[in-house]
Design a protein around this ligand. Structure first.
Ligand code: 8YV
Length: 325
């Protein structure tokens, strides 16, 4: 077997690079355009791409690609047309579970920050506007005793539920669309009896906080649109650590501007890295630059899993963390 050649589209932490270098030749090409990525993938110069979830592999590119596999550095894989990859014999892998806690931590950070106006308070202080205690200064929404609605009770949704229960919240949830699959108690593990499955309409209308944990699919695109935002409580907070297009960002900016909801905490955006300009101006939008998994240990774990996937694919073996078509 010839020496495997790996294309890495963004630098990743150790032990990723060491695992790849041990197995073959590594080419890190930071900041490639979509055209440059397509040229590299179709060149025949690489066996496997260790990709970011922002690198697009559509059916057209996969038809022309001369690679054995795509090892995504992330759990989401909406950037890859997985059935098309399978059709062309290209394996796909991801990094599940290792980032559940880190992502749930950021969901709670956004939830608390947006509810308690943390970013507004920080700016206020830094601008030298703090002149002393005021009973009406930056009063936010109650968290303890409030209802958190979780859309998508998967691995990350469950990690968020545990945290929210710790904050004394009531937790209700729906599954990803079509929403009506009843989740059996044994799938809920130790959350059984502590969280309640409700219809989507009820989740939207009764939640004080709505946190999104669904994968991006055709069915979840604009799951939260203008109509949903209108039906939410005017005191509600929306949290998105899933994928930007799950929310209609223009409609959200409008809803925040018109105080149709209280606030939003967002880690992901519809057209990343672009952000709807109006959102950037709104004090009730608490925004982070897609850092859900950005904890040292989590990122190292993701690097290890992605690199192990890449090495197995280059050898023509099934990756240890496969995405099934
Ligand atoms: C990114 C993510 O992969 O795992 C996912 O699906 O969206 C993130 O964890 C991460 O930001 C890599 O740069």
């Amino acid at each position: 077997m010839s020496t495997p050649r790996f294309l890495v589209t963004q630098e990743i932490p150790e032990p990723g690079p060491s695992i790849l270098r041990e197995a073959g030749e590594v080419d890190v090409r930071q900041g490639m355009s979509a055209q440059e990525l397509a040229a590299a993938v179709t060149s025949g110069d690489y066996d496997v791409v260790l990709a970011q979830v922002s690198d697009r592999f559509d059916a057209q590119l996969l038809a022309d690609a001369r690679i054995r596999g795509i090892a995504n550095y992330g759990v989401g894989y909406n950037n890859v047309d997985v059935p098309a990859a399978a059709e062309h014999g290209i394996a796909v892998g991801n990094t599940p579970d290792v980032l559940n806690d880190a992502t749930a931590n950021v969901a709670m950070l956004l939830l608390l920050g947006a509810a308690r106006r943390a970013h507004e308070g920080s700016a206020y202080l830094r601008e030298g506007r703090f002149t002393g205690l005021q009973p009406n200064l930056l009063v936010g929404q109650d968290v303890t005793g409030a209802t958190l609605g979780i859309a998508g009770m998967g691995r990350i949704g469950k990690a968020v539920a545990h945290r929210a229960l710790g904050f004394g919240m009531r937790v209700v949830f729906t599954q990803r669309p079509p929403h009506d699959r009843e989740v059996p108690r044994d799938e809920l593990g130790d959350l059984a009896g502590r969280v309640t499955q409700v219809p989507w309409d009820e989740l939207v209308e009764t939640s004080d906080f709505l946190s999104l944990h669904v994968p991006l699919t055709e069915e979840t695109t604009h799951l939260v649109d203008a109509e949903v935002l209108r039906r939410m409580k005017s005191t509600a907070v929306l949290v998105n650590t899933a994928r930007g297009p799950v929310v209609d960002e223009k409609a959200l900016a409008h809803a925040l501007h018109e105080d149709e909801i209280f606030a939003a905490g967002l880690d992901v955006f519809e057209n990343e890295p672009a952000v709807e300009p109006e959102l950037l101006e709104l004090p009730n939008a608490f925004l982070l630059p897609h850092v859900g998994s950005a904890e040292v240990g989590t990122r190292a774990g993701m690097a290890q899993m992605a690199a192990e996937n890449a090495v197995a694919m280059a050898r023509g073996e099934k990756p240890p963390y496969p995405v099934e078509a």
